[in-house]
Design a protein around this ligand. Structure first.
Ligand code: FAD
Length: 398
């Protein structure tokens, strides 16, 4: 039963588990091809910024934590740092600068300032078991969960009111409450996003697991059961993240279809990339049923949203404290991908999303992170299918 499928509506969305399940295989196939295209496989990031929250930064000496960079000359010129900084300069929104990174008011994450940082070929770096664990890894997770502490919503909870739900008629919020509890919706969404990401990372670790006795890479069912499946809500939050990310991709359709993916000048690549992307968007339009308009409403909505953004930005900075290069890379990509999705859902209106009005709306890194994060999430759901099969084999008599 620990490996049985969740069924019914996915809380805080207008979608159900069965729908996500039914499209996942095809979606995973399209995304797997998409993340191998030149546009989506190269990611530039500064992996070696100082941890801003504590000084001694435990580092993983295990060779499987290490990572190889790509020479900048192998990257198509138009995506290199110098060209990208030109694009930055044309952005009208105010940037808040910090050493090596910045954020704009609408951002849910810190972005690299693209003058620093190396290029990585993501198609050669699987998210898998690295051996990074112990106090250092647990401290990072603990800090991330501590960012889930919202002053304003706590106050409202104590007074029995939820700031954003309070002004909505019950018929609009019924599907958004769990067992009638009145916990602030935004806070629950925040927790789901983090816990779902954590569960997805754990799924990858257990699926691509190094058996240290035999030296073999093999799925580890026991690992998956103890870290994910024995806590059914963790599994459910992976589905939740899938819906959230797909809703963002669906909303971005005009913008993504107008984007220039060409690296060679022949436009063949551009066409291939766009075709795969259009398949992904078609699915996303079916699954991405998330009513973002139900969040951040009511009298304290603006304060709550600022608080939400600040907390999530901190999560993206905590990634600098992850003491394993490979884990840090995927941690940065996925927190940026989720932050991009939340920006698209909670911050940008239809007019802003218009590619003609706003061609520089998203940095290349945000688009690459969004798609690669969705790929990782769909991959976790595929791994879940595999584990379910292993579980069934255990159960069936010889
Ligand atoms: P942890 O996963 O460290 O969890 C700590 C505690 O959090 C648990 O004891 C539990 O109480 C709680 N918890 C666990 N899962 C959830 C959940 N889904 N929702 C809510 N609470 C939960 N290791 C790798 O091998 N490869 C990687 O690619 C990798 N990437 C990482 C990326 C980041 C950003 C971080 C912080 C760590 C990463 N790690 C990676 C380490 C890995 O996540 C674990 O920390 C490590 O495997 C030790 O696991 P653990 O069983 O002690 O529990």
């Amino acid at each position: 039963s620990q490996c049985s499928n969740p069924t019914g509506p996915i809380e805080a969305t207008l979608c159900d588990y069965e729908t996500v399940e039914s499209v996942n295989k095809g979606l995973y196939g399209n995304l797997s091809a998409l993340v191998h295209t030149p546009f989506f496989k190269y990611f530039q990031v500064d992996l070696y910024r100082e941890c801003p929250f504590w000084s001694e930064n435990g580092s993983c000496m295990n060779p499987s934590c290490a990572i190889t960079t790509v020479d900048e000359s192998d990257i198509p010129e138009k995506w290199r740092a110098a060209t990208l900084s030109k694009v930055d300069a044309s952005s009208i929104e105010k940037r808040h600068e910090l050493p090596g990174c910045y954020y704009r008011d609408s951002d849910f994450c810190f972005l690299d300032d693209s003058k620093e940082g190396d290029y990585f070929d993501l198609s050669t770096v699987p998210e898998r078991y690295t051996g990074y664990s112990g106090d250092d890894a647990q401290r990072v997770w603990r800090s991330i969960y501590q960012e889930n502490c919202f002053g304003l919503s706590e106050l409202n909870l104590m007074s029995g009111k939820s700031p954003s739900l309070v002004s909505l008629p019950d018929s609009m919020t019924d599907g958004l409450r769990t067992n009638g509890d009145d916990q602030c919706l935004e806070k629950r969404v925040y927790y789901k996003v983090i816990s779902g990401l954590h569960a997805s990372i754990s799924t990858h670790i257990c699926y691509d697991w190094l058996n240290q006795t035999t030296g073999e890479w093999t799925p580890n069912l026991q690992c998956f059961i103890s870290r994910v499946a024995s806590h059914p809500e963790r599994l459910q939050y992976i589905y939740f993240n899938s819906v959230l990310l797909q809703r963002a991709v669906a909303r971005l359709e005009p913008y993504l279809m107008a984007y220039d993916y060409c690296s060679t000048g022949t436009h063949e690549e551009d066409e291939d990339t766009r075709e795969l992307l259009s398949n992904v968007i078609s699915t996303a339009k079916v699954v991405g049923k998330f009513n973002e308009k139900l969040l951040f409403r009511g009298e304290n909505a603006d304060v709550l949203k600022e608080e939400f953004k600040t907390h999530f930005r901190n999560v993206t900075r905590i990634m600098d404290c992850v003491g394993c290069d490979k884990c840090r890379l995927w941690g940065k990509i996925q927190t940026t991908g989720l932050a991009t999705a939340m920006k698209v859902l909670f911050e940008l209106d239809e007019k802003t999303l218009d590619p003609k009005a706003n061609p520089n709306l998203l940095q290349r890194a945000e688009v690459v992170a969004l798609i690669n994060t969705l790929h990782r999430i769909t991959e976790s759901l595929e791994a879940f299918n595999h584990f379910r099969g292993m579980w069934a084999d255990l159960d069936s008599p010889e």
